[in-house]
Write a new protein. Structure first.
Length: 168
């Protein structure tokens, strides 16, 4: 009986580690192979935007359909990407082929008020660097062909990446 318990613990540990490593591998595939897209952030009061060592991100209305328009809790959007790499909502994805300047982006409801998000609504940074990121106007995400995304940075009003400042 003791061997069975040990075997179950080892199996459970291997399963947990396997799932964790698979998830890491998936995110790494998006980070290295996904298309970089800028998503406009909604203007918010900077005092409520920065909370501790992270920023709560809300995306601009141009990124998502209205709740009345979609009627969905989750799904996939069709975003049009302009020449600057900025994505804006054009349609709910119905499986029809994408235009050359479109991508798919998965979304879901992320708040009790029915706001939509992509699963990247927090941006973490080193303590003491809040002021540097307060000017963020774009979330920079990598998106794979199926619409899965990964937040990789923030951009300023000129669509330039806000790299971490040098530490003292």
């Amino acid at each position: 009986m003791k061997r069975l318990g040990t075997a179950l613990v080892i199996f459970g540990l291997a399963l947990v580690l396997g799932v964790a490593n698979y998830t890491i591998w998936q995110k790494e595939q998006i980070r290295t192979g996904g298309r970089e897209v800028l998503l406009e952030l909604a203007p918010v009061d900077p005092r409520s935007l920065i909370q501790g060592d992270y920023m709560m991100l809300r995306y601009a209305p141009a990124v998502f359909p209205s709740r009345e328009e979609s009627g969905l809790d989750k799904g996939t959007l069709g975003l049009e990407i302009n020449a600057d790499g900025v994505g804006t909502f054009v349609r709910i994805d119905d499986g029809t082929p994408l235009a050359p300047n479109e991508i798919r982006l998965k979304f879901r409801t992320v708040s009790q008020w029915g706001e939509y998000g992509i699963g990247a609504e927090s941006f973490f940074f080193q303590e003491g660097h809040a002021e540097h990121y307060a000017n963020a106007r774009y979330g920079i995400v990598r998106v794979d062909e199926s619409g899965h995304s990964l937040l990789v940075g923030l951009g300023d009003s000129d669509r330039e990446r806000l790299d971490p400042p040098d530490s003292p």
